[in-house]
Write a protein that binds this ligand. Structure first.
Ligand SMILES: [Zn+2]
Ligand SMILES: [Zn+2]
Length: 273
């Protein structure tokens, strides 16, 4: 199992580096917004802080829960756990259903992160970013990464989700987070078609608005269906993409890109939202 998990980590790392490089290059070639936070020295400062958080979160996860969701799937398979195995479901069907249900589980977790104060304390570090680009899609507090992994692993074991489906889901989730946070200008017609199937940057950017009603919308990461289904979909920010303010109203400026401040944010008192 350790050999498998090592190669699984290598595959995930390769996918991460590949997708990150493509999105970062696309941002330089065709940026959607050109703001101080997303260009020049401020961008460098944000990138350093956001990428440091990814590194720390990955290391913490490796120490606390090295098996992760894929390891949980391997364990469930070895021990015959899960609803799908009990039901004798075909692995391909089980894989497809697992992918959709895991995406719904991540959507639910995201909604809970906004509604439950202790989870919001942790999640708000993601929203405190005053910019919005590929590195924002990686900026999650180590506590959030560990909690999220425990939640996904629990679902994987309960379902008996196939190992390959979980591996693909993890790679796609990481890749879609980099894509839907990227500062890329997609042609409007392409965005309109794409957002029927996947969450696009213009759709997720609404979720990073400083306007509370907009922050509490568009929770999806992979599929846009859940927000449309549960009435949390907002097509456009009220002030338009060029006019909207990004981040949280209480946390502005260079402070939000300081690593120590970011890591301590869950332990600061909640402010009125
Ligand atoms: Zn959020
Ligand atoms: Zn986000």
């Amino acid at each position: 199992m350790s050999d498998f998990l090592f190669s699984e980590a290598a595959v995930r790392l390769a996918a991460f580096v590949g997708i990150f490089t493509v999105m970062a290059a696309f941002e330089l070639w065709s940026p959607r917004l050109e703001r101080p936070e997303m260009t020049g020295a401020l961008k460098s400062r944000r990138w350093l802080a956001n990428l440091s958080v990814v590194l720390i979160s990955s290391l913490v996860l490796r120490v606390v829960f090295p098996a992760a969701a894929v390891g949980a799937a391997v364990w469930a398979q070895a021990n015959g756990w899960g609803l799908f195995r009990l039901a004798g479901l075909d692995p391909l069907v089980a894989g497809l259903i697992s992918f959709v249900l895991l995406d719904f589980a991540v959507w639910l977790e995201h909604v809970a992160s906004h509604k439950i104060p202790i989870l919001w304390r942790i999640h708000r570090m993601h929203h405190a970013d005053n910019g919005f680009d590929v590195t924002t899609g990686l900026r999650f507090h180590p506590l959030e990464i560990v909690l999220s992994m425990l939640w996904k692993a629990g679902i994987v074991v309960a379902l008996g989700a196939p190992v390959l489906a979980v591996l693909i889901f993890e790679i796609v989730l990481n890749g879609s987070s980099m894509f839907n946070h990227s500062n890329v200008a997609l042609p409007q017609r392409l965005d309109r078609v794409l957002r029927r199937l996947v969450v696009t940057p213009d759709m997720h950017r609404v979720h990073h608005s400083t306007i509370h009603r907009e922050t509490d919308s568009n929770y999806g990461f992979n599929f846009p269906f859940w927000d449309r289904l549960f009435g949390t979909y907002i097509a456009m920010p009220r002030l338009g993409h060029q006019g909207m303010e990004i981040g949280l109203p209480d946390y502005r400026g260079a402070l939000t890109a300081r690593l120590g401040w970011m890591l301590l944010l869950p332990f600061r008192a909640l402010r009125r939202r």
